[in-house]
Every structure is written in C-alpha cells, then in structure tokens.
Design a protein around this ligand. Structure first.
Ligand code: GLN
Length: 279
C-alpha cells in the first residue's frame, strides 16, 4: 500500500510523461480528492478504497478530463461550486467580472439591489455577487434545466438560496423587471475555433456554454437590444468577453443603446470585463 507521498509522486510522473502542464499540482489534488481530505500527511498510507478511487481519477485525468471535473467541484471567488455536465467550469478569469461589478457598485452595497445573470451555468457570478452584496437578490437564467438545478444547489451550498432564484429560459425571453446589475459570461468562442481548444475544454465543457456562433459575437448581438429595457435607472451591465472582442462588443452595445463605461483586465492582462450603462 503506497503512502500519500508515493501515490502523488507516482501519479505526477505518469502525468508528466503524458505531457500534463501541471503534473505535481494535479497529482496532489487528485490524491487529496481520493482521500476526501486536504493537507493529508504525506506519510499516511493510502487506504484501499482511496486507492481504487485514485486509479479511476488517474485514468480519467490521463484521458484529458480536467482535475476539477473529476473532483466535481471548483472554487470560484473563494467559494465552492459543484459542476455538472451542463455547466462550464468556473475560471479564475471570470472573477474579473465580479471585481468589476463590485467596484461599480461600491457606493451602493447596502441597497436592495436586483441582479440578473444571463447564462448562469454553475451560478458562480451571481452567487459570488450575492455573497458580497448582502442586501441584494438575484435571478439566474440558463437554457439548460440541468444547469439551473446545479446553480440552485450551489446557491444553497453557499448560503444565499433565500436571495437567489434560477429559471430555465433563452437569454431575456419573457423577462420583465428592472435590474440594477446585469452580468453575463455568454458563449463567445467562434464555432470554427472550438476544434482548436484544449481537450479539457473541447471535450469536457458543454458546447452550449462555449459556442458563440460564426464570429463568436452571436449572444452579444442578441443582448444588445434586449438589455436596455431591463435596466433600472443607474443600472449597469458587465460582460465577460474573449480575447480581442472588446471593440466589436462595444460597437454592438452602442448600437443597441448602451454606453461603454470602461473595462477591466484579467490576471493575464487581457481585457476581460466590459462595463456598460444606459446611454
Ligand atoms: N473562457 C472560456 C474559454 O476560453 C470560454 C467561456 C465562454 O465562451 N464564455 O475556455
């Protein structure tokens, strides 16, 4: 029976040979996941049932399944989020959207703000925002029923279920109301580029959450004209965008009646969040 340390080293070596970009980290997370414990003592012997789980994890990781999918949960904004096949894995880059929105609302934190998240997935944007804006309530929309169920479970996991509702729907179809903040991380990868994405993304994130149509801008085009009527006076919109999409998305929103009021870069220095207000 191997120790935790030996199991980590063995798996890291297999992952390294298979060309993994982060073999040591992946191996640590998977061994800890097999044990159901963080910071396991490296000299502990790995029990048989953990070893069986780890063998399954190793096969899946070597076949390209991302670590967080295997573990079924990923952290975002310091909070845990359960994943399902219908949800994109929350990315650290998307925390830029939360940061940008909170910075915009800095003077309004005590207000009973109404939030809307379009294409909510795991619910990570909405739930992170509700965890910070204690008086706010929010609605998350997703085309996938399964994603709505996953997001509702994540709201409960993070203690904001009393202030979060999730509803199956296509973008703003049938929605009425007046929102102080609308956020969205829509699918924005051009259809023709999906095949060039890493196996982790291409085969394990849902296509529905990635494919933004021929030029990747389909969802923004659709939202440009449907968002202004849903914004409360003083309301703001914060979108996630893909690399280099800023100028096109700004032009689309301007044509739809929104005013560009700034952007925020992600940790890699790419423009990631665009902020708009009513013109
Ligand atoms: N950021 C994701 C990726 O590049 C795509 C997410 C999206 O289309 N909204 O893998």
């Amino acid at each position: 029976m191997p120790t935790v340390w030996e199991a980590r080293r063995h798996l890291a070596q297999s992952l390294l040979r298979a060309g993994s970009a982060s073999p040591g980290l992946d191996a640590r997370l998977l061994v800890e996941g097999s044990l159901g414990a963080d910071n396991a003592d490296p000299d502990t012997l790995l029990p048989a049932e953990a070893r069986a789980r780890l063998d399954d994890f190793a096969v899946r990781r070597l076949a390209g399944e991302p670590v967080w999918r295997i573990l079924g949960e990923r952290e975002f904004w310091g909070l845990p989020f359960r994943l399902s096949p219908a949800t994109l894995e929350p990315r650290p880059d998307s925390e830029t959207i939360v940061e940008a929105a909170l910075a915009q609302l800095a003077g309004r934190r005590g207000e009973e703000l109404a939030l809307l998240d379009l294409g909510t997935g795991t619910g990570c944007l909405l739930i992170a925002l509700l965890s910070e804006l204690q008086q706010a309530h929010g609605l998350g929309i997703d085309l996938s029923e399964e994603a709505c169920r996953t997001a509702a479970g994540n709201a409960a996991l993070n203690g904001v279920e009393g202030r979060a509702a999730f509803q199956q729907g296509s973008w703003t179809e049938g929605l009425a109301g007046s929102f102080d903040l609308i956020v969205s991380n829509p699918p924005y990868i051009p259809s023709g580029e999906i095949a060039t994405l890493s196996v982790e993304v291409r085969e394990h994130d849902p296509l529905l959450a990635l494919d933004g149509g021929a030029d990747g801008l389909g969802p923004y085009r659709l939202l440009a004209s449907s968002l202004p009527p849903l914004l409360a006076p003083g309301g703001i919109v914060v979108f996630e965008i893909g690399a280099g999409q800023g100028p096109d998305v700004v032009a689309l929103m301007r044509a739809g009646g929104l005013e560009f009021s700034g952007s925020r870069n992600d940790l890699g220095g790419h423009e990631r969040a665009l902020i708009f207000t009513l013109a």
